[in-house]
Design a protein around this ligand. Sequence first.
Ligand SMILES: *[C@@H]1O[C@H](CO)[C@@H](O)[C@H](O)[C@H]1NC(C)=O
Ligand SMILES: *[C@@H]1O[C@H](CO)[C@@H](O)[C@H](O)[C@H]1NC(C)=O
Ligand SMILES: *[C@@H]1O[C@H](CO)[C@@H](O)[C@H](O)[C@H]1NC(C)=O
Ligand SMILES: *[C@@H]1O[C@H](CO)[C@@H](O)[C@H](O)[C@H]1NC(C)=O
Ligand SMILES: *[C@@H]1O[C@H](CO)[C@@H](O)[C@H](O)[C@H]1NC(C)=O
Length: 603
Amino acid sequence: MTRYLNEIVFLRLFRGTLGKHIQRFIVLCLILLFFNYVLITLNINQDPYLQYGVIFKDEGQSINTFNNSITSESHKLLVVIVSHVTEIRTRKLIREFMFGIKNNLRPCMEQNGNIYYKFLVKIYQGVNYKILKEFKAEVMEYDDIIEFPNITFNVDWQKIVLTWIQSLENEISYDYVAIIDSHSVVDLNKLRQIIDSSVINTYTLTPKQKFYLVWGRFDIQTADDMFIILGRGSIDILLNFDYFIMPNRNKTLIELFPNRISMAYYYFEVENLTDERKLFFINDQIGMIEWTNSVKTIPIEETIGVGHVYLEIDVKDLIAHLSISKSTICHPIKHENGKLSIALVTSSFIYDDMCMYPIADNITDNKRRYAKKHGYSFVARSEEYTQQRFFKKRKDVWGKIDAIEKVLPHYDWVFWMDMDAVIANHDITIEQLFENFEKMVGKEKFNEISFVIARPRDDSMVSAGVFLIKNSEWSRKFLRETQKQRKYYNYGLREQLAMAVLMRREEYKNGALYLNEDDRTFNTYPDRYIPGDFVVHWAPDYKCPAENVLDGIKKLKKSIRGSDSPLKILKSNRFKEKLLAIAILSNSKSVFHRNEQRASQYI
Ligand SMILES: *[C@@H]1O[C@H](CO)[C@@H](O)[C@H](O)[C@H]1NC(C)=O
Ligand SMILES: *[C@@H]1O[C@H](CO)[C@@H](O)[C@H](O)[C@H]1NC(C)=O
Ligand SMILES: *[C@@H]1O[C@H](CO)[C@@H](O)[C@H](O)[C@H]1NC(C)=O
Ligand SMILES: *[C@@H]1O[C@H](CO)[C@@H](O)[C@H](O)[C@H]1NC(C)=O
Ligand SMILES: *[C@@H]1O[C@H](CO)[C@@H](O)[C@H](O)[C@H]1NC(C)=O
């Protein structure tokens, strides 16, 4: 080959031993380029629409454009699970069997696998408040729920779902969408293998057919609420499909095909009413079946999903029977060497008065955003609170200590924030705090510290609303000992008083860093706020702080959005604006009696 290529003029320029090497090098490059070209071409031929996001034209008309992530080996699947607000247990089960999420002790902070999922939850009016508060805790803890309040029974729900899917276009990239009912058991890995193979029930799909795929079960009543897999191109068409203009629509038909997608199936497939059909329907009677009430009658090989399974025991049987394996939704970010693993931990327990319920999303968003920004985990816990009153015969707030004992072993440090504490300055990091503490007490001394807590000015004791605690022998002992302080179970400032008393003891003194009269580091009451402060803590006085907290968040957002950040103004010489900056958050409406017994009811 080299000999032939030698004839090419430019190669003759290289003579002698060095020249030969250069020649060989150039030939090698040419060969590599050629193979590269062949590989890319083959790849495109295999699946041009789905792998490279090309514009494709059909009958001279541009149909759709989309971009796919070229880096991913496999197709990306958006999984939308439709469920009702009351189905908290069902969602728990689905999280575990589909995605391997048993709890949120080490949460997935960013879904970045080949599968991205969300629960779409309908919230009907008149749901019991006890369910609502439990549901809100779930929302705060898992960050995988999109709420649709006030959906009425006869609404075009599939339209709402498709509209939401469409709205994601700029947020995540996906090639296929699986709309799954919460009572369906689906093997997502099998589903993805089949999509990748392009062969569904011995039918080999062309790339165009895959792009316009509508794959589900449409021939039995309400079957299309079990599962539907859509190619990316079919979403717009289904959304714009106006089934009310169907020529021979009649009542029987609407009863037979109550939903938009099965209507479209009927319209395009059964009646064959249009020449310009673009959607590619598969009515899958083999892979997608209804629950037959016994696993013995469910074929293992062919089955991809089983719909209308309502009992937990049946779901578990099916998972075992079909050997359904979990899909990874999260590739944890590689930990930088020497970087501490830190969790921002908070309560997601809503008290019976529903005080914090209306602002639960806002306070969670505030903390989660901060944690994401700096590579910390965000962990919200509620169940530890629910076990206090009945089983442990002490105030709910003791759940905080149970929660910290549970979370702490998974991290180097836990940064505890009460529900009513809000990150005011998202630029301050925990590592920066540690650096400051090292400067304050010396590096060596800080190495011995396991607990950092502040006593705000004028308070009679430390505030347990915000603190740092290290995963260490000291902390384990300290927390265990705190748990034993029975006299504070229902008395005084409960867990706060217990901690305040214990940390003064000889055996614990050296492990605690006591920030005396400190309104700046991480526990600033709203009336003392100075722009630039890290955390504002709305410690309440027998009054629900929700309104004030929301008001504060609003003001903080505004001040951050302004062209000059309050911090910058404060550093500048502009005196008048400085006063304004200081005033931004200091006009809180609530009255504080911090020396009095603080109502720890809300924290
Ligand atoms: C898709 O790709 C084109 C060309 O690479 C680019 O100009 C466009 O911004 C991309 N669109 C999206 C939504 O990523
Ligand atoms: C839902 O409906 C109720 C009663 O009609 C109303 O009070 C409430 O504001 C609605 N919620 C939303 C989020 O629209
Ligand atoms: C309605 O449509 C169904 C299905 O095509 C058909 O069997 C039935 O005869 C129709 N009824 C009327 C009243 O047109
Ligand atoms: C649907 O109609 C077209 C022409 O209108 C015809 O070519 C095609 O064979 C029909 N398909 C079925 C499944 O009846
Ligand atoms: C609070 O959260 C709700 C729901 O997510 C949102 O609509 C509202 O804008 C938020 N308010 C503030 C002040 O962030």
